[in-house]
Design a protein around this ligand. Structure first.
Ligand SMILES: Nc1ncnc2c1ncn2[C@@H]1O[C@H](COP(=O)(O)OP(=O)(O)OP(=O)(O)O)[C@@H](O)[C@H]1O
Ligand SMILES: [Mg+2]
Length: 459
């Protein structure tokens, strides 16, 4: 791609000044066009906005100040540099207060002009880039990209809508792959802190000894290896959100420290003396049930209450199967877009497999299965063969995977089959005994008896 020439609009009532400025900038590879007063400049901008404007303050017909005010409102992203005779510097400073990018006083110093214009353009392109990235991020993490019509997901959406605009601490609970991080991002990017950073910390992924320094930073020389002062995640997240993932894995020692930060809203770097303001919103997530961790003595109850100001529980996918078709559609269109494939349909067999499977890896597992099927599939239809083997043989009416019948007496073989059927049905309902018993039209008591008899455990 050819590099686009950057356009500078030079505005001055004196022709020789315009020519001089144009010559200097042309030599630096800029494309220049000229206007003799503010009114002409605005007309040019209407036709084709420049990337940067260099404009005299005092001009007949319409002054640079008046033209600047209009430009600022109409083309806020275009930097304007005011030029002025030395006597007019006060006015130029005034213009800067109103948002002009900079000013240059006459007589001109060529190097200063070139430098100021280049800097102005650099900043402008950075601003544009940041704006574009922000837009991308905002659409990606908008609540519209979280799919689900089930009652459970409707509750999740309601909670997101309610907590996003506040500064409240949020605890997100849900099995692996249910969308905890997605929800955390939706909250951050729809909050008043959305312009600030979102900093993630996976508490399970960092060795215990390093976690404190990761969270709060350290001073130079505070421990062997601390060669420089370093900011921690709490400091890096200032003005934004910190996402503490897998919070259940945090050591007792650190739980105590985190509790103190949440209470006092301040912390210290490791080896530091000064308190630092914790200007962050905390979102924590766990795929373990924290109340169970408390019962087992592995999680502090007081910390739990601090984190659990608002709780969002994302149900496992097997408990909201009505979301599966929507999610499948969503992942197919996204994958089509990314790969240029044109998958439009899912065969009946494949569909009943997708709907019937227990999805222990939840939405992430479904996402991977659909992506794989879109890539592997031929002819625009996802067939049963395109799905992972773990789903194969789960057709409606034949909800029994290939049976592994071992030899022995008929009774032993029958029991083997029975155990397989029970285990499969239990896995499908996520070991919900009531639902499983209903499905197999047997009593719950009989089911529990058989689970014990065959020593069945979740996959
Ligand atoms: N409701 C949903 N709509 C669309 N995509 C979803 C939904 N839920 C999850 N996903 C997608 O599934 C994948 C897993 O989600 P995410 O990483 O947020 O899960 P998680 O709960 O944080 O998992 P883990 O506990 O393993 O960290 C992501 O690619 C995410 O975009
Ligand atoms: Mg996660």
């Amino acid at each position: 791609m050819a590099v686009k020439m950057q356009r500078v609009l030079v505005v001055d009532d004196e022709a020789h000044v315009r020519i001089l400025l144009t010559e200097i900038l042309k030599m630096e590879g800029f494309f220049c066009y000229q206007a003799a007063n503010g009114k002409e400049a605005l007309a040019f901008m209407d036709e084709a906005p420049a990337d940067l404007v260099l404009m005299d303050i005092r001009m007949p017909v319409m002054s640079g100040m008046d033209a600047f005010r209009i430009m600022r409102d109409k083309w806020p992203e275009v930097p304007v540099i005011m030029t002025t005779a030395f006597a007019g510097v006060d006015t130029a400073v005034e213009a800067m207060k109103l948002g002009a990018y900079n000013y240059i006083s006459k007589p001109f110093n060529n190097a200063e002009i070139i430098l100021t214009v280049k800097r102005g353009l650099e900043i402008q392109s950075l601003t544009r880039e940041v704006e574009t990235l922000r837009k991308v991020v905002r659409t990606r993490y908008s609540i519209n990209n979280i799919i689900g019509k089930s009652a459970g997901m409707q509750e999740v959406f309601k909670s997101i809508g309610r907590v996003a605009p506040t500064n409240t601490t949020v605890l997100i609970q849900g099995e692996s792959g249910t969308g905890k991080e997605l929800v955390a991002k939706a909250i951050h990017y729809n909050s008043i802190r959305s312009q600030g950073p979102m900093v993630n910390l996976n508490c399970a992924a960092i060795p215990e000894g390093l976690l404190e320094s990761e969270l709060f930073g350290h001073e130079k020389g505070s421990f062997t290896g601390a060669v420089n002062r370093q900011k921690g995640k709490f400091e890096l997240a200032a003005g934004g959100t910190i996402f503490l993932d897998e919070i259940s894995e945090m050591s007792p020692n650190l739980q105590a420290k985190l509790l103190r930060v949440l209470q006092d809203r301040e912390f210290q770097r490791v080896g530091g003396m000064q308190p630092i303001l914790a200007d962050v919103r905390v979102i924590a997530a766990s795929n373990k049930d924290l109340s169970e961790s408390i019962r087992e003595g592995r999680f502090r109850e007081d910390l739990y209450y601090r984190l659990n100001v608002v709780q969002i529980s994302i149900p496992p996918l097997r408990e909201r199967r009505e979301d599966i078709p929507l999610l499948v559609d969503h992942f197919i269109s996204r994958c089509n877009e990314e790969t240029g494939k044109q998958v439009q349909q899912v065969s009946e067999d494949a569909f009943s497999q997708l709907s019937g499977y227990a999805w222990p890896g939840n939405v992430r597992e479904l996402e991977n299965a659909v992506e794989r099927a879109v890539v592997m599939g031929q002819g625009g239809v996802i067939m049963s063969e395109d799905l992972p083997v773990s789903l194969q043989g789960l057709n409606a009416g034949a909800a029994i995977p290939a049976l592994d019948i071992k030899g022995g007496s008929l009774k032993e073989m029958m029991e083997g089959v029975e155990a397989d059927i029970l285990k499969n049905a239990l896995d499908e309902t996520g070991w919900n005994r009531v639902k499983t018993a209903e499905k197999l039209k047997m009593s719950r008591k009989a089911l529990i008896y058989k689970i014990e008899k065959y020593g069945l455990t979740p996959s």
